[in-house]
Ligand binder design. Structure first.
Ligand SMILES: Cc1cc2nc3c(=O)[nH]c(=O)nc-3n(C[C@H](O)[C@H](O)[C@H](O)COP(=O)(O)OP(=O)(O)OC[C@H]3O[C@@H](n4cnc5c(N)ncnc54)[C@H](O)[C@@H]3O)c2cc1C
Length: 459
């Protein structure tokens, strides 16, 4: 059975995987409910898609992909303390409209192109997470259409809300997200270097105790490719300061950033960029709010350009959450695992995240460091070595009491993932059975990561 408006299409992940599928983009919630009821009745395998920024294959499927891109719109409450955003609204538009009203969402993903429902489904974290937690903590309500076409409004009183935030769309299609907004009068961000040296020093500067009281300052770390040294930065919102752009990082449109992205594609270039960044480090930078917020769009711009030129630019990025005390050990083990595999991460960063309640969150009930490693493999052999190394590191992460985040790449054995999420997976499973009794919302990602949720026995 073909859905109304369905066409054959090729969809891609940000990491470079592609899948041929039937693609449908309903123009309204009614149309969406109808498409879903018919498709699940016909036994089709359904996946939802927003901005398509997922690194792994979370939003790919070889059967039916339902794009929520046409469900847009921003409705601000009186005083703009909240906004109800259509599922497909890109974060760039939301930030622009909120800022015009003197408001900002507390946590904003670093690409303007991700959709509001996509990041709600991924439970995204970002520069302000050390202070405000993951973005799902600021979701007041979502509107959901289940696989059978039933419409629900979930608020903070509903047990299903912490399953939908971070639930990667496996419980239904989000059509609208109601988010909290904070007063925000500034239009710049000041960034100061607060540590440069060994990993212990960097982690100490990123730990929650290192942040000044008041919630006005955040901190995060960047690690050098050798994973022995790094730098930590603090940022705060400011206005009226003379610009001192952090060109190589917080200026996504600068030529220097483009050159840096190009160099990061090779191991030698990666080491060179790391060394230059470390030796020529500046003490203080002032960037515009938008450039700072969406700084990863330097990477987006580079990859779009490269792929238009026919270059196969793969990207692998995996994030690990571990208790604060295990942060140093995880990075040490990563260094050994990557050395043994002869692979060099093109960038690695560290961010503190408070504990949260989302069922499939890597920081569910556990505050900790989120450590991310990104690679840009140019050959199949190197890609395979990276995937094997990440699988090994995932096992180490489990032994350290941590979890692999499900939002980025997930190269991990299903038994490790099942153990990491054992406290919350049964509850998610119950909700899956209640909201999607036919198991219609599933794809290869779910089968690989949580076979039990996809209706398959764990191998
Ligand atoms: C350049 C770049 C920067 C990034 N920066 C960050 C960052 O700072 N922090 C971070 O945590 N992540 C970051 N990410 C990851 C990204 O934010 C997440 O993958 C996010 O989920 C992508 O949202 P999307 O709309 O692009 O979703 P898609 O790729 O379209 O989908 C992502 C997931 O959400 C589901 N989904 C999408 N729309 C809906 C819907 N309407 N209803 C139900 N489920 C839906 C999909 O099924 C899939 O599981 C970044 C990615 C890129 C490419």
């Amino acid at each position: 059975m073909t859905a109304r408006g369905e066409r054959v299409a090729q969809v891609a992940s940000y990491g470079g995987d592609v899948a041929r599928c039937g693609l449908v983009a309903p123009a309204s919630t009614d149309e969406l409910a109808d498409v879903l009821a018919r498709a699940s009745g016909a036994g089709r395998r359904i996946t939802f898609r927003g901005g398509g920024c997922a690194f792994d294959t979370q939003s790919l499927n070889r059967d039916l992909v339902v794009s929520l891109d046409r469900l847009r719109g921003l409705r601000f409450s009186a005083g703009a303390t909240r906004v109800a955003a259509g599922a497909g609204e890109p974060w760039g538009e939301l930030v622009r409209a909120a800022h015009l009203r003197g408001r900002m969402p507390p946590v904003v993903v670093t690409t303007a192109f991700a959709s509001v429902a996509g990041t709600t489904s991924g439970l995204c974290v970002s520069r302000w997470t050390p202070v405000h937690g993951p973005d799902g903590d600021h979701v007041h309500a979502v509107e959901l259409v289940t696989a059978r076409g039933r419409r629900l409004r979930l608020t903070r009183d509903d047990a299903a809300l912490p399953a939908v935030t971070g639930g990667l769309g496996y419980l239904g299609a989000i059509t609208s997200v109601e988010l909290a907004l904070r007063p925000h009068a500034h239009d710049q961000v000041e960034t100061r270097l607060v540590a440069a040296g060994g990993i212990g020093e960097v982690l100490a500067a990123c730990a929650p105790g290192a942040l000044p009281a008041g919630g006005e300052v955040t901190a995060y770390g960047a690690l050098l490719p050798d994973l022995r040294r790094g730098m930590a930065f603090q940022s705060r919102h400011v206005s009226g300061q003379a610009r001192r752009p952090f060109r190589a990082v917080h200026q996504p449109r600068s030529a220097l950033r483009l050159l840096g992205e190009l160099l990061l594609v090779t191991h030698a270039g990666t080491r060179l960029v790391g060394e230059i960044a470390y030796r020529l480090r500046g003490e203080r930078h002032v960037d515009s709010l938008v450039d700072y917020t969406f700084f990863m769009d330097g990477d987006t711009r580079f990859r779009r350009l490269g792929r238009r030129l026919g270059l196969a630019l793969r990207l692998v990025q995996q994030s690990f959450a571990v208790p604060v005390a295990a942060g140093h050990e995880l990075i040490e083990r990563a260094r050994r695992v990557f050395d043994a595999a002869a692979v060099v991460p093109m960038f690695s960063d560290v961010l503190y995240c408070p504990a949260d309640r989302a069922l499939l969150s890597a920081t569910h009930g556990m505050a900790g460091f989120i450590v991310s490693f990104a690679f840009s493999p140019r050959t199949r052999g190197r890609l395979a070595r990276i995937e094997r190394a990440l699988r090994q590191l995932s096992r180490d992460c489990r032994a350290l009491g941590g979890r692999v985040r499900l939002t980025k790449h997930v190269h991990a054995d299903p038994d490790d993932l099942a153990a990491m999420y054992s406290a919350t997976l049964p509850r998610f499973h119950q909700l899956k059975r209640a909201l999607d009794p036919d198991g219609a919302i599933r794809n290869e990602f779910l089968e690989r990561v949580f076979p039990s949720l996809a209706g398959r026995p764990t191998p």
